[in-house]
Design a protein around this ligand. Structure first.
Ligand code: HSE
Length: 319
């Protein structure tokens, strides 16, 4: 039996609960083990009184960390300050960790990686970069077998949605309200539109690809709040579209240049073809050439897919 402690029951946490219930039989057949969510951490339990998940809920993270039956934590709170210490304790207590918490990973990636390795537990975070797009699962092989020369991508669903809807004539506020209603945005959407969410993802992705820490302070970051309707129309009239593009390159000396900024890209190229919540990543590598990945970058079910892929991966390797 795999016992899960689920931390957070927002857009992604509740989607994980639902998708796991829907796909349980198939997952259990694959893993040859039963799976259950044993406890759920949720600050505002009263909101979920009528949910099937309610009897599993607690407001105390200690109830989950101290439960010796819980094998794996799935952390989807988005909270950095209150989560880092419980996650350290949980890894030290031998529990595997899956997280989609980009802001937390951006701050503590190396520390948590080392701690997980020391305690011989799995530490996975596929859902933290580009939603449903399976990129991190391949990164170990890609970076071991190649020098990664350049990473380029659109890594934020909210910004891509906003820019797509503004091309269709919507104003910024209406488009942002739609992105929030679709469950794309962070609780505080300034992290999306100011580019920080993309920066966190580029920090994670490029550290793995280049096999050296690329920190937030190494990335020059500009969001989309300054993009005007006139600039969007101007780009369209020239066969281009404005996207929030993340880019990191490493030169022969190992120097890394990393930026997040609104960029006009050709409409008929991959990044220019992305609509709404779609994300894409282009890797230029020394042996495999150019590799491209794309798919839904935000939203409950696409992100739940990546979270549960991590779960499958941990227990496929172990079983
Ligand atoms: N707020 C994020 C986005 C969610 O819009 O891409 C997925 O990481």
């Amino acid at each position: 039996m795999i016992n899960i402690g689920l931390l957070g029951f927002g857009t992604v946490g509740s989607a994980v609960f639902t998708v796991l219930a829907e796909r349980k039989a198939e997952m259990e057949a694959c893993l040859k083990q039963k799976i259950r969510i044993k406890r759920i951490l949720e600050r505002d339990m009263a909101k979920h009184k009528s949910s099937e998940a309610f009897p599993l809920m607690t407001t105390e993270v200690a109830d989950i960390i101290a439960d010796p039956e819980i094998d794996v934590l799935i952390e989807l709170t988005g909270d950095v300050k209150n989560m880092i210490e419980p996650l350290r304790r949980s890894i030290s207590a031998g529990k595997h960790l899956i997280t989609a918490n980009k802001a937390l990973l951006s701050k503590y990636l190396e520390e948590l990686t080392e701690l997980a390795s020391k305690h011989e537990v799995a530490f996975r975070y596929e859902a933290a970069v580009a939603g449903a797009v399976p990129i991190l699962i391949l990164m170990k092989n890609i970076s071991a077998l190649n020098e990664v020369l350049e990473i380029e991508g659109v890594l934020n669903g909210t910004c891509n949605y906003l820019l797509s809807r503004m091309e269709a004539g919507l104003d910024y506020d209406t488009a942002l309200a739609e992105a929030q209603a679709l469950g794309f945005s962070e609780a505080d959407p300034s992290s999306d539109v100011e580019g920080y969410d993309t920066m966190y993802k580029l920090r994670i992705l490029s550290s793995l690809a280049f096999k050296q820490p690329v920190l937030e302070s190494d990335i020059s970051c500009t969001g989309i709040t300054g993009v005007t309707k006139a600039e969007i129309e101007q780009a369209l009239s020239q066969g281009q579209r404005i996207k929030l593009v993340a880019k990191a390159t490493r030169d022969e000396k190992g120097e890394i240049t990393a930026t997040v900024k609104p960029t006009a890209v050709e409409r008929d190229q991959l990044l220019g073809s992305l609509d709404n919540g779609e994300n894409a990543i282009i890797l230029r590598t020394s042996n495999a050439g150019t590799l491209t990945f794309s798919g839904l970058g935000a939203g409950g079910r696409p992100t739940a897919f990546s979270v549960l892929s991590d779960l499958m991966q941990i227990y496929e390797v172990l079983s």
